[in-house]
Ligand binder design. Structure first.
Ligand code: SF4
Ligand code: FES
Length: 164
């Protein structure tokens, strides 16, 4: 049976989950939450010139079309990528209201949808509150990718281990 975590272990877990990386231009701020990334590669396929894990930093916003970056972030399945418009941004705010926006709120009346990916995770969509065994809130979001193979080192989130 799985042993209960000590308070120290819990605190390390919380710190790991809270790491946020920030990438800025005058018109767009992008956030990346590594602990939530399932390494699906969708962002890299959409814009390899912007999202490139071989480079440091792995996200480069300069000289790319920022509205296309917003679209790529809106299609991130886990919510590991997010964006917001800084004050004075030249981007039309109506084009920055998708699920990748930090201010995005899903319609509370929408039914939650859970889709099993063949040999992969559960894709969850809707207004979601994920609660741990102690009743503590792990994450509140409109999208999550949850491990169903048991191999993730970042359970309950999928970390891409099912692909190895
Ligand atoms: S989960 Fe999101 S940030 Fe991670 S690789 Fe996939 S699209 Fe990119
Ligand atoms: S389903 Fe992706 S790590 Fe388990």
């Amino acid at each position: 049976m799985k042993q209960d975590k000590t308070e120290d272990q819990k605190s390390v877990d919380v710190q790991k989950k809270n790491i946020t990386k920030e990438y800025k231009t005058e018109d767009l701020i992008v956030f990346w939450y590594p602990a939530e990334c399932s390494h699906s590669g969708k962002c890299m396929k959409a814009m390899p010139e912007v999202f490139n894990p071989e480079k440091r930093p792995w996200i480069t916003l300069a000289s790319a079309d920022l509205e296309n970056i917003i679209k790529a972030i809106d299609s991130c399945p886990t919510g590991a990528l997010r964006y917001k418009l800084p004050e004075g941004s030249k981007i039309d705010p109506n084009k920055a209201k998708g699920p990748g926006s930090v201010d995005y709120k899903p319609d509370a009346t929408t039914a939650v949808q859970i889709k099993a990916v063949k040999n992969g995770p559960f894709l969850v969509r809707g207004p979601i509150r994920l609660i741990d065994a102690d009743g503590e809130l792990i994450k509140e979001s409109s999208q999550m990718v949850l491990c169903r193979c048991g191999l993730s080192k970042n359970a309950p989130f999928c970390d891409g281990s099912h692909m190895k």
